[in-house]
Design a protein around this ligand. Sequence first.
Ligand SMILES: Nc1ncnc2c1ncn2[C@@H]1O[C@H](COP(=O)(O)OP(=O)(O)O)[C@@H](O)[C@H]1O
Ligand SMILES: [Mg+2]
Length: 359
Amino acid sequence: MAEVHYRDASRVFPGSTPVRAVDALNLQVADGEFLVLVGPSGSGKSTALRMLAGLEDVDEGTISVGGRDVTDIPARDRDIAMVFQSYALYPHMNVADNMGFALKLRRRPRTEITERVAEAARLLDLTPYLDRRPAALSGGQRQRVAMGRAIVREPAVFLMDEPLSNLDAQLRVETRANITALQTKLSTTTLYVTHDQVEAMTMGHRVAVLREGRLQQCDTPRALYDRPANTFVAGFIGSPAMNLLTVPISPYGAELGGLTVPLTRASHRSRLILGVRPEALRLVDITDPGMLMTVELVEELGADAYVYGRARLGATTERIVVRTPGSRTPSYGQQVRVGLNQPHTVHLFDPDTGERVNP
Ligand SMILES: Nc1ncnc2c1ncn2[C@@H]1O[C@H](COP(=O)(O)OP(=O)(O)O)[C@@H](O)[C@H]1O
Ligand SMILES: [Mg+2]
């Protein structure tokens, strides 16, 4: 077991325009923590993981594992096990041999290998399949073999790069829960990469959000949701996304199409970006104060519905999404009034930098 520490770590891919795939990453992962790296495609998640695994150079800065600087240490000497998206199982070996292969390479005694494989198989419900080849397994079983191969090595750190992306939706949810339970049981420091913010929010003790190689925020799922550091995190975490509306500032507060949201702190700006989640809005009586919205789409989810539309806010028209009880939903083209739920939470961001301005 070990803690992981990236210090100003960068990976720059050379070329006519060099790509800073990971740009001065500072990140500390505690011993036994489950940390999720999340971000859109191309944001540098895999590169950050591969740098830690020793599969990618660290061009600037350092990375340490358990207090030991591993920046220049070869991959095989880092005591790290990685589970890839493609599983990378050996097709000609059965499950037991696939899982024990790393130990065999290290010339561990046969009895020890058999024991450790049996133990991992038990944890992963793979005992009945130890003699099968990968081709005779389902996608979910193959995924578990890939996990098992990492577990038998008893590494200091697990790295997982989108390990659920080849599974169908239902199996993904199930496997998500299994991986979380397994990580809790083993208490092995884990870095887990995904582009799926739901996966990130449900699995991680903390979630690190990356954008274009740069860390945006690293915090608990709750804190990311409640206090996003900038408009990128605000829009990326949560589904449907937070409404981000550019609104004028009056002496009384932020003017939200007929509603005035008092500011806790005076602003010298004439406009701010006001962030409000769909569940912080509600449909009110058409004669009440609020934004006048024309309904463009209603997404029925059973208990809830999401109502999408456009509202005029001062000089501009903004798209808005409101969560509402599923029982009484408006219809396409209808004009509705949108108010704020009490107590409401609004987020304020600088329109130039996108940084959060309210506490
Ligand atoms: N071997 C490589 N050579 C050049 N550019 C690369 C290489 N690997 C990744 N990149 C670039 O680095 C950036 C980050 O890639 P990656 O870490 O794979 O992102 P993610 O895993 O978040 O989708 C992308 O712009 C990608 O094109
Ligand atoms: Mg990737």
